[in-house]
Design a protein around this ligand. Sequence first.
Ligand SMILES: [Zn+2]
Ligand SMILES: [Zn+2]
Length: 582
Amino acid sequence: MRHSLAHVLATAVYEMFPDAKFGVGPAIENGFYYDFDLPRTLIPEDLEILKEKMRRIIKANYKFEKANISADNAIKHFKKAKQPYKVELINDLKKESKPLKSKKGKLATRYSLLATIYKTGPFVDLCSGPHLDSTGEINSKAFRLTKISGAYWKGDEKNKMLQRIYGVAFATEKELKNYLSTIEEAEKRDHKKLGRELGLFSFHPESPGSAFWHPKGMVIWNEMEKFGKSLRAKYGFQEIQTPILAKNELWKKSGHWDHFKDNMFSVKADNETYCIKPMDCPFNILIYKEQTRSYRDLPIRFTEIGRIMRNEKSGELNGLLRARYLTQDDSHIFCLPEQVEKEITSLIKMVKEYYPAFGIMPEFFLSTRPDEFLGKKSDWEKAEKSLASALRKEKMKYGIKEKEGTFYGPKVDIDAKDALGRKWQLATIQLDFQMPQRFELDYIGKDGKKKVPVMIHAAVFGSFERFIGILTEHYAGAFPLWLSPVQVEIIPVSDKFQKYGEQINSLLLSAEIRSQIRESSESLGKRIRTAQNEKINYMLIVGEKEVKAKSVAVRDREKGDLGVMKLEKFLEKIKKELKDKK
Ligand SMILES: [Zn+2]
Ligand SMILES: [Zn+2]
């Protein structure tokens, strides 16, 4: 339906600009687009006109009429219609298709059958389909043309810039409305915008893809780090720290140099090539190999705050959600094959303790063997079984992501839905049979012989950067008390009570509450609004009455006025909320 709408849009454009030249028009997530080479630049008002034309085309109920013609005939047709882009596409198809031997031993070509064209009313397009039977099947109230942008032909900046029209489309008008309001809400919550407004982090063209963390952003980061470290300690992990650079011989051994080279930053020193780590695993392995390990030493559980870099394309960077400089809450377990299930169970338990603190509900998935895989099928089957059994033991409902394991082992993926219902992949628990072999890891078994341990990789936040980006949008910048950069602001009703306010402030600070007080001559209402806009959790308003009774008037960011409380009672309340991470 979405792709059929791309044809309907092209038909409307053809009506409006008979000289238009057509690029391509695929369906995309939630909608479609089409690229055009037009005699003039489109303006937003054009979208309204095109939408009306599209509605008429839908109403006319044109059939999508299919015809198979030879590539050469198709070229003739599109040359006559002055459609150079379509001609180029057919020529590309001809180049790609390999000559086939015909029965008589002569060379025939597959492309002689290749071109499929579709006619929609007056408009003929080169397309392999499929489409709806006719335009009338489209709900004319459930689509919208959303934006115009520039797009290079074939995505190559050496080519001409075309004009791209985007649309969204759904089966029902209600779904369309829901989608549009979600998008509007998402724009309001954009973490790059909120990060700047709330003074959490910023981005600078001097260092693309790397966040600069401001004092308030660091508060959130440090709270997460503290929480993560305490849970890791509870589950028996030992913290390590490794360098960021290594000679490329290490990356050749790990396989990264072969498979990941384009994504790695490298530098030359001592006449050698060094790479900045895109992952921590090989470094963790070097520490493991430092000693002879016996079966009695296993499992060994390392955890590291790993700073890594990946050379993402500059056009694909998206604030904290897609960055080049990342900080992982990484961990690696080295264990005996028979310990795998227990370790996985314990990791799942740990993950379950993380997410409630962030108000997000995790969903578990088992990603199974892909078509291309390393190792023995029987090992894979055993591993998948032990992952499934660990999930069941933890009474977790889980879905299957068929063939989505990585080539070196199956994994458990943990996805979560945010406040807008968007899904994010967060944690992964990855079994790995390959790396231990590549690096010749071993331990001395019960029988005194050398054996290869199993390695498990697990990151819960994934990266601090991406997780904070997701949280910022999930909370719309209003962080829960335990993560909040400023938890309390004291607001004296007038100068006279500034001193009392400052006393309370020092008291809260010494109780490790992040509290502040400002000197301000602005009205009480204005100061409350400022604190509210800065998403400070509690405002304590103090005046004559409060000084006398050694109390505070408490205002909650969301619930408003909570009434007057003795200071000790407020302290008790806030300490309990911090402890419960609510
Ligand atoms: Zn089509
Ligand atoms: Zn790893």
